[in-house]
Design a protein around this ligand. Structure first.
Ligand code: ARG
Length: 463
């Protein structure tokens, strides 16, 4: 809806309305309508404070506060007619309030600017996203813990360079992701604690001559305190950047895990079976069951990191205080937040539903000379060889097994002794994958006893 007259909110000095192109580049209502609830919460808090401070009559404040609730319900029920001529959510709401309650609506903006208003609205919105990400991560942690607990002693190959390295336990692998996603949670919580200062009352940039009670509005809106510098309060978007940075790292973790699920669910690996609920079919190849959710999670990071880079680029080089450049903050953050929440929910569902194929894991764990390090360690421990010599002896035995086309435990004692005469029959005990993992009891190691201890510790921590 375009208006040919000058803007009702700021058009006093304007003789003509904006060009259609100007309106198109200037308006943010197409996306910042998502801030409606936060905008109305902020305005209601501001009006109540103005009345408390005697800046507004309590009658006017009451009319404003009630009128704003009507506006909110119109928006939430889809009855609200948004206007591009009114630029953004702040002016759309205020204009409708004026239609509803008349003159007092014009008093709401006392001691306030759209600059502190939008900073407050957006902070409230981002704060909700930090909480939602925290909840999504908690659900994912619980799903991972259930997998880890069920398979604390299932052996699988551990990889470096995606080459078989040493046997590990399924539970240990799941718990690695618990550590990663728990750090993501910590980052969301840290960001929330740091950002929780209220910009409202900073006004345009310099503060205001009205005797505002900024502590009161901060408290009403659930902030810990008012932001201490009015210039900073209106020009700060660190809170959005910290969310995007934490979201980027989290998305990177999700992408790594998704990649493993794609590999593991292939016919060549068969480590896991993904549920039908989180797989798709092929329109031409009837046998296919594709891990599309995992692939999409693997890819979603592009949007999130893209948003992070985009907003950093918007903010760099901006002089204090507010510049309209900052209106470009919202779409990026909205998209990144939607993407992250969806990816978290999809990963949680996939992890909860997936079945680890214990026999395939164990078969794979035993192949690829995965217990060669155990053999070298045995030579050090039992025969007192220097580790470098033990490494060499073991390498020779691996080459021998490779030439014979067998695994290390399939070599005979005589063959072993042909490489080092002192090797005894009890060496075979350390060549089994179960013994291998059971021996790695160092703190944080892969032994089932360690995994169970870590699962118990995390369960207690998460409550
Ligand atoms: N729509 C604007 C934004 O998102 C609101 C603030 C406008 N402030 C101004 N001084 N023009 O940034």
């Amino acid at each position: 809806m375009s208006d040919t007259k000058s803007n009702a909110m700021w058009g006093g000095r304007f003789a003509a309305g904006p060009d259609a192109i100007m309106e198109a580049i200037n308006a943010s209502i197409g996306f910042d309508r998502r801030l409606a609830r936060q905008d109305i919460d902020g305005s209601r808090a501001h009006a109540a404070m103005l009345a408390q401070q005697g800046i507004l009559s309590s009658k006017d404040a009451e009319a404003i506060r009630e009128g704003l609730l009507t506006v909110l319900s119109e928006i939430e029920t889809g009855q609200f007619a948004f206007s591009a001529a009114l630029e953004d959510i702040h002016m759309n709401v205020e204009a409708r309030l004026k239609e509803l309650i008349g003159e007092p609506a014009g008093r709401l903006h006392t001691g306030r600017s759209r600059n502190d208003q939008v900073a407050t609205d957006f902070k409230l919105w981002v704060r909700d996203q930090l909480d939602a990400a925290d909840a999504g991560l908690l659900a994912l942690l619980r799903a991972l813990l259930a997998q880890a607990e069920a398979g604390a002693d299932w052996v699988m190959p551990g990889f470096t360079h995606l080459q078989t390295a040493q046997p590990v336990t399924w539970g240990h692998h799941m718990m690695a992701y618990v550590e990663m996603f728990a750090r993501d949670r910590g980052r969301m919580q840290d960001a929330r604690a740091r950002m929780n200062e209220c910009p409202l009352g900073a006004a345009a940039l310099a503060g205001t001559s009205f005797p505002l009670d900024r502590d009161a509005t901060a408290q009403t809106l659930g902030f810990d305190r008012p932001a201490a510098n009015s210039l900073d309060a209106v020009s700060d978007r660190d809170f959005a950047l910290e969310f995007l940075a934490a979201a980027s790292i989290c998305a990177m973790h999700l992408s790594r895990m998704a990649e493993e699920l794609v590999i593991w669910s292939s016919a060549q690996f068969r480590f896991v079976t993904l549920s039908d609920r989180f797989s798709t079919g092929s329109s031409i190849m009837p046998q296919k069951k594709n891990p599309d959710a995992a692939e999409l999670i693997r890819a979603k990071i592009g949007r999130i990191v893209g948003a992070n880079v985009a907003l950093l680029t918007v903010m760099k080089g901006l002089p204090l205080a507010y510049s309209k450049d900052m209106q470009e903050d919202k779409e990026q953050v909205f998209d990144a937040a939607d993407t992250l929440m969806l990816a978290l929910a999809a990963m949680e569902g996939m992890v909860r539903d997936m079945t680890a194929n214990r026999a395939s894991l164990e078969d794979a764990a035993a192949s690829g000379f995965s217990t060669a390090t155990d053999l070298a360690d045995w030579l050090v421990r039992e025969l007192n060889l220097p580790f470098r010599d033990a490494h060499h002896v073991t390498g020779t035995l691996v080459a021998m097994a490779e030439a014979k086309g067998c695994d290390l435990p399939d070599l005979s004692l005589a063959e072993m002794q042909s490489v080092h005469g002192a090797i005894r029959a009890d060496v075979f005990e350390v060549l089994g994958v179960h013994n291998s993992v059971a021996s790695r009891t160092s703190y944080g190691g892969t032994a089932p006893s360690q995994v169970r201890a870590q699962v118990a510790r995390w369960k207690e921590r998460l409550g």
